[in-house]
Design a protein around this ligand. Structure first.
Ligand code: FAD
Ligand code: N01
Length: 545
């Protein structure tokens, strides 16, 4: 039985705990808090030197959240909610990092976090019914339960361009931005990549650099953030009934309380559609524009195109040079199938004389040289290259713990060779007592992550408590349940447009990665209801011993 009686030894010997958590981001911090409250001995292993996860690593200029911060917050403790005030509608990275530090201090979490410690391998010992974790720093850890809170967007993707190592200038990755101030003044800077990280950082880099050259492969949809104070109507809704507001978010599709739209695009006149679009554009809210225009916007190509055309019209109005506007207008994927971005002066930046856009669809990069970047048409000498090239998402950080060896010596990398397979995105058949928070198969990245993370963690820790009460020591998904979840995932994905875009959601951004829509597309509320049903039906799909 998992109990608080485990002894903890440090140094050369193995540290014994009930639960080992990997990662001290949004998820790891809340996990530790809940595990402690439930009386489990636990340790968190974290590669970084401090808490924060995403918000520790992504310190590039302009880094902010794109879900309104009043929603992108913990909700498990009303006192915590009243103890913290966000200063803006979309908080900056430093403010979110301060918030996570504040949470760590408030619940006194740091004492059980081993910083500067990377987990390198994990092995299930069937006889002892325990996991043994190997680290690159200090004692190994033996635990009954192994919970990976390693993050969906925490393993930066390698640059994949010939010659990177031979470049003599400065190189930065948005996902591993240095802690010290980077001075770009007077320098010729190149940014490769126009996803959310590129789109947030490009306007601020342009302000500093002598000249900025942006290398764009796929244009992305970007919508105005209209940042500032949190909107009064949202604040009023939240403060009018905080518990109700939070509960509505938990049962919504994307983790933010907006109603379900019922009118489909063809029921609305052009004027009505434009009026709805105008309101959405003015609202500066990603979830609003992704869900509130018309009911078929995310499931039907025609309904989607009506919206995408309106956004393309805006881009043409915002960018003075029609050729650059055309290059910046996405045409190869439906709106929302790839994560859209929030724009603070992004399109306007291309009106500056000191900014050049290179359209890699017309002139691909051939190499990086000692002095800069070559395309098949031109040569660009630069002093600094910023890689805003994204992540090996959802599976990257999990697979980086290598090997993860489950029952019968099975390796997770073999089991996932053709793509990740999970039950509920939380567990894997053949890997008892292993949980993944926001794993592939969970709704996580298609939602307000704060809401999904709390749900995954509450569900998981509640199971550990129930098992302890029942005198059970192992939990494992069945192959049948896992296959059923894969089928359900595929059915849901078929109803959305995500399958029509090559994105990190599908693994298409990483050369050689198996293709498949990795997050659960059925929505946060329906997912919560399924997880609850699994429990109410006697842990349907799990074998417990
Ligand atoms: P992370 O914050 O990624 O933390 C995982 C931690 O695990 C990291 O600290 C990492 O160092 C550690 N780790 C991984 N592997 C190991 C190992 N082997 N050994 C030891 N430690 C390890 N989501 C939203 O909902 N709204 C937003 O507005 C939003 N903005 C984002 C902005 C950026 C720039 C990025 C990159 C992501 C954003 N996200 C957003 C997604 C964001 O990742 C999640 O919201 C959330 O922060 C994830 O928390 P986490 O704890 O699950 O993972
Ligand atoms: O990464 P991305 P990101 N040569 O994968 C290009 C969250 N987030 O770090 O699309 C040339 O989106 C690549 O081109 P293409 C959010 O969920 C949130 O920006 O593959 N180009 C693309 O343009 C987001 O979705 C915020 O053709 C190359 C870009 O690099 C997720 O994190 C902020 C290339 C990568 O875009 C990831 O965002 C930041 C190559 N070899 C992140 N390889 C918020 O605003 C890649 N690219 C809250």
């Amino acid at each position: 039985v998992a109990s608080s009686a485990s002894e903890t030894t440090r140094g050369a010997t193995t540290q014994q705990v009930d639960v080992a958590v990997v990662g001290a981001g949004f998820a790891g911090l809340y996990l530790l808090h809940r595990l402690r409250k439930a009386g489990f001995t636990s340790v968190v292993l974290e590669e970084a030197d401090d808490v924060g996860g995403t918000w520790y690593w992504n310190r590039y200029p302009g880094a902010r959240c794109d879900i309104q911060t009043i929603d992108y917050s913990y909700t498990f403790d009303p006192e915590l909610e009243s103890a913290w005030q966000w200063s803006e509608k979309y908080a900056t990275q430093p403010e979110i990092l301060r918030y996570l530090g504040f949470v760590a201090d408030r619940y006194d979490l740091r004492g059980d976090i081993r910083f500067g410690t990377k987990v390198t391998a994990a092995t299930w010992d069937q006889a002892a019914e325990r996991w043994l974790l190997t680290t690159d720093n200090g004692a190994t850890v033996s635990c009954r339960y192994y919970i990976m809170a390693t993050g969906c967007l925490s393993a930066p993707k390698p640059p994949e361009i010939d010659g990177v190592n031979g470049f003599k200038g400065e190189v930065y990755f948005t996902g591993r931005w240095p802690h010290e101030e980077i001075k770009l003044g007077g320098k010729r800077v190149a940014v490769i990549g126009t996803g959310s990280s590129g789109i947030q950082s490009i306007p601020l880099i342009a302000e500093q650099a002598a000249h900025l050259t942006v290398f764009q492969r796929t244009p992305n949809f970007a919508l105005p953030a209209h940042n500032g104070p949190a909107p009064a109507d949202r604040i009023a809704l939240l403060e009018g009934d905080r518990a109700g507001y939070r509960e509505q978010a938990r049962w919504s599709l994307a983790g933010v309380p907006w109603p379900q739209q019922m009118a489909v695009s063809w029921q609305l006149t052009d004027a009505e559609r434009r009026e709805r679009f105008g309101r959405a554009w003015a609202a500066g809210d990603l979830v609003y524009i992704l869900t509130q225009l018309w009911a078929d916007q995310a499931v039907d190509v025609d309904g989607n195109t009506l919206l995408a055309d309106l956004i393309r019209e805006k881009i043409r109005n915002l960018v003075k040079d029609p050729e650059i506007a055309a290059a910046l207008s996405p045409h190869d994927h439906p709106f929302g199938a790839k994560r859209p971005c929030l724009d603070t002066n992004y399109y306007a930046t291309y009106n500056r004389p000191d900014v050049t856009l290179v359209n890699l669809r017309q002139e691909p990069i051939t190499s990086i040289t000692a002095s800069g970047i070559n395309t098949d048409k031109r040569k660009f000498d630069v002093d600094v290259i910023v890689f805003a090239t994204g992540f090996d998402a959802m599976t990257g950080a999990i697979m980086a713990v290598h090997p993860i060896t489950g029952r019968g010596g099975k390796s997770l990398s073999d089991v996932w060779a053709n793509g990740p397979q999970t039950y509920l995105g939380l567990t894997v058949a053949g890997f008892p007592n292993l949980f993944m928070i926001t794993g592939p198969g969970s709704p996580s990245v298609l939602s307000n992550m704060a809401v999904s993370i709390e749900q995954h963690i509450d569900w998981t820790v509640d199971r550990l408590i129930a098992m302890r009460e029942a005198g059970l020591t192992t939990i494992e998904a069945t192959e049948t349940a896992q296959a059923g979840w894969a089928r359900h995932m595929a059915d849901c994905a078929t109803l959305t447009l995500h399958r029509l875009a090559n994105t990190w959601y599908t693994g298409a951004n990483v050369p050689g990665k198996a293709w498949g829509v990795m997050p659960y597309t059925g929505g946060v509320g329906p997912y919560r209801s399924i997880c609850n049903e699994v429990v109410s039906r006697g842990m349907l799909g799990f074998r417990l011993t």
